[in-house]
Design a protein around this ligand. Structure first.
Ligand code: HEM
Length: 208
């Protein structure tokens, strides 16, 4: 593997771990919509929208997404061109796992979700002048199609995170007889909590 593709993998891993951390914060804040007092979520949302450090972090987050997605696409194109003989002939399982080959597809679908999602909330809150963030979020899940699209996206995100978690540690050089199986286990737990947590919010507001 060339030095540039090693560097790309390194930056993908670093930005991936950063996005993994963002999701923990994002899920925690959104779980507040399950509390009976709407002011709790509105206060947290207001804090996130006005705190200077969080405002700066939003640019870092956007940059993290751009680097992660850009490098992911380049690495996939590079891998495909380095392998002119197609997998069907080439025994896919011996070259790479299904999980790693599906990363680009689950990643691009999560990107599609992200565009829809930013329009649904970020755009409406920042540019359309919606002030009651709690009502916007809660009411959006009254639409069954909206909820279905979100739940499917969360499951795809969970699949993406499950492989991404352990892959990030591997790319950063953490390959260890004892630790690697643990990293894999933590990755499974993390991705299930993320997917189930976001699904819980969507389904709860759909039903109640
Ligand atoms: C039930 C699930 C979710 C809910 C209710 C939700 C809600 C929100 C809301 C209300 C905002 C606007 C925040 C603001 O601008 O003040 C937002 C922004 C955002 N969401 Fe989500 N979100 C969910 C899931 C996700 C997932 C799974 C991802 C990532 C794949 C994600 C990525 C983002 C990003 C990148 C932003 C813009 C950055 C920010 O404003 O913090 N969200 N979300």
């Amino acid at each position: 593997m060339s030095l540039t593709s090693l560097a790309r993998k390194f930056f993908m891993a670093l930005t991936g771990l950063f996005l993994i951390t963002f999701l923990i914060v994002h899920l925690t804040v959104n779980l507040l919509t399950l509390c009976s007092d709407p002011e709790l979520f509105n206060a947290a949302s207001h804090f996130m929208a006005t705190n200077l450090l969080i405002q700066i972090m939003q640019y870092v987050l956007a940059l993290g997404f751009v680097i992660h997605i850009g490098m992911g696409v380049v690495l996939t194109l590079q891998n495909n061109s380095a392998r002119p003989v197609k997998y069907a002939v080439n025994k896919p399982g011996e070259n790479s796992s299904l999980a790693s080959r599906s990363m680009i597809y689950t990643g691009l679908l999560v990107l599609l979700f992200l565009c829809i999602h930013l329009y649904n909330y970020f755009y409406k809150m920042k540019f359309v002048g919606v002030h009651d963030d709690y009502s916007l979020v809660v009411n959006s899940f009254k639409d069954p199609l909206f909820t279905l699209v979100y739940v499917v996206a969360f499951i795809l995100l969970g699949i993406h995170l499950n492989h991404g978690f352990q892959s990030a540690f591997q790319s950063l050089g953490a390959n260890h007889r004892v630790y690697t199986p643990w990293i894999k286990k933590i990755g499974v737990i993390y991705s299930v909590i993320m997917a189930a947590g976001f699904c819980l919010i969507a389904i709860y507001h759909f039903i109640f």
